[in-house]
Design a protein around this ligand. Structure first.
Ligand SMILES: Cc1cc2nc3c(=O)[nH]c(=O)nc-3n(C[C@H](O)[C@H](O)[C@H](O)COP(=O)(O)OP(=O)(O)OC[C@H]3O[C@@H](n4cnc5c(N)ncnc54)[C@H](O)[C@@H]3O)c2cc1C
Length: 471
């Protein structure tokens, strides 16, 4: 039996639910098809539990600076890993419950099952056939695990099962020092687990600026061992697992595989859409409309691999949902790229990446946080921030950083880049004292100096006062 709908949404994750919010305002004749657990990847195994773990790790890590503040007795503090993980799961369950409320509201429109395209407007879900005028693919992604690593069974974890552990062993390897691998490796190290990180690349956490990367690598290496530039090969050795990379070798109790994620589109019959798929199996789509070619089909969130981040999944779900109800798709401006890695100091890339810029067309402003006043007060004076500005117009193009409270500095910079502000315009904003943003001002002044032609680049025209603590 075939049932017909105005819109079918495949995937009840963040992108799918974002699409659902728009679609249900316009029509009652929709269906939400989901295979697997409900509650979204972000709430269930992604952003939320990972940050809950990181907060616990950072709270415990604070003890290492207490002496400097004149607080004694920190050596008596201990961490209870099962209690940490229990709290992560309790928080997680609350966030998931919030998401489930939304799917419960539309339970009469829900089909649990794996959807597969038979034609651009026809899906097979179990023994049902679904026809829809418009279809939104929002099936998310899953961790990449090399085929033969499945044999490592209980020795191997991914982010899908890390937060389900009752406890964690004393020694772990984290393979993959991208954003997720870097932040989780640091958190686990801060919880007292002996961590060794591995990556084939020399750059970590999505950084492309070699100077910022060197700072980030050095700061993380102060907390755990990290072997870069060589492929890691795990092998079972008795009760343990050995990870080799080039001449390095370490025996650990478990390996966390953080090699990135692949879109959940490989068993969806996308070949039946009649368009050429790229090497990852992703069909051609317009990121400003989310439409696949000129088909009545849209693809949003991690499923399209374009910008696998939560805020982008929400935007893409919205765009897809909005367009699914129109005869002609509307075109949306996308936000300035912003990627944050929740290490400490925080790693972030805003706007244009350093690697993508023509070096003879930009000036770079830089601040090293080692002598920044507010950072020194907080015993957090580590890291480097670099801003990139167009040489001819002075416009801010992007920034990369590994900086204290980097997540907040990154948002400020994203705002400036998106508003197309020049270095001078941003310097004209008020900078309170004493705040970390004064570090950003130092980088902007550095860029302004290189841009030249500005006798008074900002309102602080009396010049630098000369004390590190004030700058
Ligand atoms: C550990 C971790 C930490 C992260 N931290 C951050 C962070 O700090 N900030 C950030 O911005 N992003 C973060 N992310 C990324 C963010 O979680 C994702 O970008 C976001 O959740 C993607 O949402 P989505 O809707 O595309 O996919 P999902 O939320 O995964 O939804 C997809 C849904 O589709 C279902 N499905 C799959 N195949 C089918 C099928 N064939 N038929 C029907 N249903 C199907 C799935 O079961 C799932 O319910 C993190 C991710 C991870 C794993």
């Amino acid at each position: 039996m075939t049932r017909s709908y105005d819109v079918a949404i495949i995937g009840a994750g963040s992108a799918g639910l974002s699409a659902l919010r728009v679609v249900r305002k316009q029509t009652d004749n929709f269906v939400l098809i989901n295979h697997g657990s409900y509650g979204t990847t972000c709430a269930h195994v992604g952003c939320m539990p990972s940050k809950a773990l990181i907060e616990a790790a950072n709270a415990f890590h604070q003890r290492k600076t207490l002496d400097a503040f004149g607080v004694s007795g920190a050596e008596y503090l201990t961490v209870d890993i099962p209690a940490v993980l229990g709290r992560v799961r309790r928080l997680r369950d609350g966030f998931v419950a919030g998401m489930l409320n939304l799917t419960d509201e539309v339970k009469d429109h829900n089909i649990a099952g794996r959807a597969r395209f038979l034609e651009p407007q026809v899906l097979q879900v179990g023994d049902r056939r679904v026809h829809a005028k418009k279809i939104i693919i929002a099936t998310g992604s899953r961790p990449v695990v090399p085929g033969d690593w499945a044999a490592f069974g209980p020795w191997m974890l991914t982010s899908d099962d890390l937060f389900e552990q009752e406890t964690l062993p004393p020694r772990m390897a984290v393979i993959g020092m991208g954003g997720l691998g870097s932040e989780i490796a640091q958190a686990l190290a801060r919880l007292g687990i002996e961590i060794t990180g591995f990556d084939t690349a020399d750059h970590i956490a999505g950084l492309s600026d070699g100077r910022v990367n060197s700072h980030a690598v050095a700061l993380l290496r102060a907390e755990f061992a990290m072997h870069l530039g060589q492929a890691a090969e795990p092998v079972i050795e008795g009760e343990h697992i050995r990870v080799r990379a080039g001449n390095e070798s370490v025996v650990v109790d478990k390996v966390l595989v953080a090699l990135g994620r692949r879109p959940n589109i490989d068993q969806m019959g996308l070949e039946n859409l009649g368009v050429a798929l790229d090497v990852r199996g992703v069909p051609p789509f317009d990121p400003r409309t989310m439409q696949i070619a000129d088909l009545p089909v849209y693809i949003a969130g991690d499923a399209n691999s374009h910008l696998p981040l939560l805020h982008e999944a929400l935007d893409e779900g919205y765009i897809a949902g909005y367009n699914a109800l129109r005869s002609e798709p509307a075109c949306f401006e996308r936000r300035v790229p912003l990627a944050i890695v929740f290490t400490d100091p925080g790693i972030a890339v805003v706007g244009h990446r350093y690697a993508d810029l023509k070096k003879d067309e930009i000036v770079i402003g830089e601040v090293d946080f080692s002598s920044q006043g507010r950072a020194r007060m907080a015993e957090a004076n580590h890291g480097l921030l670099r801003v990139y500005a167009d040489k001819s117009s002075g416009r801010l193009l992007g920034a990369e950083m590994c900086a204290p409270q980097g997540e907040h500095l990154a948002h400020l910079l994203a705002l400036a880049v998106q508003r197309k502000l020049t270095v001078r315009e941003l310097l004209g904003m008020p900078f309170y004292h004493p705040v970390l943003e004064e570090g950003l001002r130092t980088a902007l002044r550095d860029a302004a100096g290189k841009l030249g032609g500005m006798d008074h680049p900002d309102l602080a025209c009396c010049g630098r006062i000369g004390a590190d603590a004030i700058d």
